[in-house]
Design a protein around this ligand. Structure first.
Ligand SMILES: [Zn+2]
Length: 254
């Protein structure tokens, strides 16, 4: 009985809020159960074992106890703390965007191990990236794919004409790229030339475990991918604004 009521899982911290005097509710993205809320009792007291191990975007091994309403975090062991990598403003803003998207798109109690791996991998890549925001378009396309929203890039989604070698436009309602003939009348925002179309296709491609050198999105592709994400989300992600503000500053290159 007691064995069945407790379980172990890996989880990434999406956000937290205070509960009562000393507790916190954590929204976690776990590999075993997907997104879930869980309570850590006494976590705001100095003696707590769990305090400090459940920071924003950190990954931990958790021992959980099934509660009547919320599951309870019994113990936490750090797998990877993101604190070192998220003190850089660009990495911090990017981490917020990745976490916000997973939080917004993923339903509670629906295991999505591939999304878990994607988020964990992208948060890890932030640490070694000199331009963290470049991780975003690839992450967004892969996330849309895993959610079943991937915009196809090989052929026009309206007429099926191949797009290779030609221009294309992002048609949000149709859910993908369209050719010159099918181009919506008032859509001049997300036009892609043939090099952009190739970039869009390469960014969205499924790859094996060995991640090659990160491919950067062209500006037009980054705009188109953002537009697809906002369309499926029904709004512009909040963290996007901070990232946009940071990108307006002159880039400091090592
Ligand atoms: Zn067409």
């Amino acid at each position: 009985m007691s064995a069945a009521r407790s379980y172990k899982t890996r989880a990434i911290v999406l956000r937290a809020r205070n509960l009562g005097e000393a507790d916190k509710i954590f929204t976690l993205f776990s590999d075993a159960r997907g997104k879930l809320d869980a309570v850590a009792k006494g976590v705001r007291r100095a003696k707590s074992h769990v305090a400090g191990r459940l920071e924003f975007a950190s990954e931990a091994f958790l021992t959980m106890h099934r509660g009547r309403n919320l599951d309870i975090i019994v113990s936490a062991d750090i797998v990877r703390s993101r604190f070192a990598s998220v003190v850089d403003p660009g990495a911090f803003a990017t981490a917020h965007l990745l976490v916000e998207l997973v939080d917004a798109f993923c339903e509670p109690d629906l295991p999505m191990p591939e999304v878990y791996a994607l988020l964990g991998g992208a948060l890890g890549a932030l640490a070694s990236s000199t331009e963290p925001a470049t991780i975003v378009p690839r992450f967004e396309l892969r996330l849309l794919d895993l959610l079943g929203f991937a915009p196809p890039a090989d052929a026009c989604v309206r007429c099926g004409a191949p797009l290779e070698g030609g221009s294309a436009w992002a048609d949000l309602e149709a859910g993908g790229l369209v050719c010159e003939r099918c181009r919506p009348p008032a859509n001049d925002l997300c036009g892609l030339d043939s090099a952009d179309v190739e970039n869009f296709r390469a960014l969205g491609a499924r790859r094996g475990g060995s991640a090659k050198a990160a491919l950067a999105a062209t500006p037009a592709v980054a705009r188109a991918v953002d537009a697809f994400v906002s369309y499926h989300l029904g709004k512009r992600p909040k963290s996007r604004r901070l990232l946009d503000e940071l990108s307006l500053r002159p880039a400091v290159r090592a």
